[in-house]
Write a protein that binds this ligand. Structure first.
Ligand SMILES: *Cc1c(COP(=O)(O)O)cnc(C)c1O
Length: 400
């Protein structure tokens, strides 16, 4: 038995089997590369679902983590700390928002946005008590809490986890008329991902996000964008909505790469008028906004800006998309994406995406299947053109 097999067997005995990981036991990583405990090397095209935009263990981010760990790590919000204010100021600058509310995981930040929208509905819009409705999209992924899975359309995410929270309805992603029909006087928000990544890199029709936002404006409904996976340069702009002028959100939800690949950090951003609807004691989190997170988040943002990673993702993404299309493989039903968030859809008749991901892993590429038929490619944005060309060579071999 290899060392990897031993660890995998041990893990299977003690870990709840709520994941089915590739048979790779990671031991260390740097930049775009990851090594397993048997010394094999992989190009990481999973990037912890887009949490590693800055690459593994970026020296500046790790230095910020270590320096802050040596000074102050946790206070709770019962006292101020000297890191959170500067961090949120940087985050507001990057997102063009007025205020931020820091949390830890993506799901918590989406929950926070839901609470904010409901409170706004009751206190500002005048929706009758406990009648607020939120419209979301079919095939959404916003996280795994009981409330969030209650309005998932994916049976695996929701079956036998009910009863589900009321107050949510679903429309097809990309269908403006369905959204118009779903809005009622009690609708407080429309919650949407600018690209449905977990659903298989589903792109919105051109102009849809801006039109949806305009419709929300017209009906006095908050436009909430979940950019947890698409944010921070991944799609070739700092945020995916920037590709669609007029799609600026009222409420922006971020996470994943905000933590620079070393720490869980999420946040909800909005106007001062909205976020001051939360008053002391109304909402909180023991770890949200802690100084270690704030120091790391600040460094993570600085790296994105200073290294121009959004522009890099745009350029590399175009190159990778073109090269993938050039493969001309009969296995491929469709290739789509933006920046370095790319989905390769495998024809049903040519097997499942999982088989191809396993074959890619044997060739030293980590990629994850999503929704049976789609291979998601999301390498760190610090990848080089040569590294992506090597990736294309592996794809060519596997999709031959
Ligand atoms: C990952 C993700 C979430 C949930 O984030 P967690 O940190 O896993 O709770 C929510 N929305 C989107 C779009 C995501 O990709």
């Amino acid at each position: 038995m290899s060392q990897s097999d031993t660890i995998i067997a041990q893990t299977a005995g003690v870990s709840a089997p709520n994941y089915s990981p590739l048979p790779v036991v990671a031991e260390r990583a740097e930049g775009v590369w990851l090594w397993d405990i048997d010394g094999r090397k992989y190009l990481d095209c999973i990037s912890a679902y887009s949490s590693l935009n800055q690459g593994h263990r970026h020296p500046r981010i790790v230095a910020a983590l270590v320096a802050q760990a040596a000074r102050l790590t946790l206070t709770s919000r019962a006292v101020h700390n000297d890191q959170m204010g500067p961090f949120l100021a940087d985050l507001c600058r990057v997102t063009h928002m007025q205020m931020a509310l820091p949390m830890n995981t993506g799901a918590e930040a989406v929950e926070t946005a839901i609470k904010l929208a409901r409170r706004w509905g009751y206190r500002v819009k005048g929706v009758p008590h406990d009648r607020a409705e939120i419209v979301a999209c079919r095939n959404n992924f916003h996280g795994r809490t009981t409330t969030l899975i209650g309005f998932s359309s994916e049976s695996q995410y929701r079956d036998d986890f009910g009863p589900y929270a009321p107050g949510f309805s679903l429309v097809d992603f990309g269908d403006l008329e369905a959204l118009r029909a779903a809005l009622t006087p009690n609708t407080v928000a429309f919650l949407i991902e600018p690209i449905q990544a977990e659903a298989g890199i589903i792109m919105p029709p051109a102009g849809y996000l801006a039109a949806a936002r305009a419709l929300c404006r017209e009906h006095g409904v908050l436009f909430i964008l979940d950019e947890i996976q698409t944010g921070f340069g991944r799609t070739g702009a700092m945020f995916a909505h920037e590709h669609d002028p007029g799609a600026e959100p009222d409420v922006l939800v971020v996470g994943k790469a905000l933590g620079g690949g070393v720490y869980p950090i999420s946040a909800v951003l909005a106007s001062r008028a909205l976020l001051t609807l939360f008053q002391p004691g109304d909402h909180g989190s023991t770890f949200g906004g802690n100084p270690l997170a704030a120091a790391v988040g600040r460094a993570a943002l600085a790296v994105l800006v200073d290294e121009n990673l959004a522009a890099r993702a745009a350029e590399l993404g175009e190159h990778l998309l073109a090269a993938a299309r050039d493969l001309g493989s009969v296995c491929i039903a469709d290739i789509r994406g933006r920046g370095l968030l790319i989905g390769i859809e495998i024809r049903q008749s040519h097997g499942s995406a999982r088989q191809y991901c396993e074959e890619l892993a044997r060739r030293g590429v980590l990629a994850k299947d999503t929704h049976e038929q789609v291979i998601r490619l999301a390498p760190p944005l610090v990848a080089t053109r040569a590294e992506l060309d090597w990736l294309v060579a592996q794809l060519r071999a596997v999709l031959r």
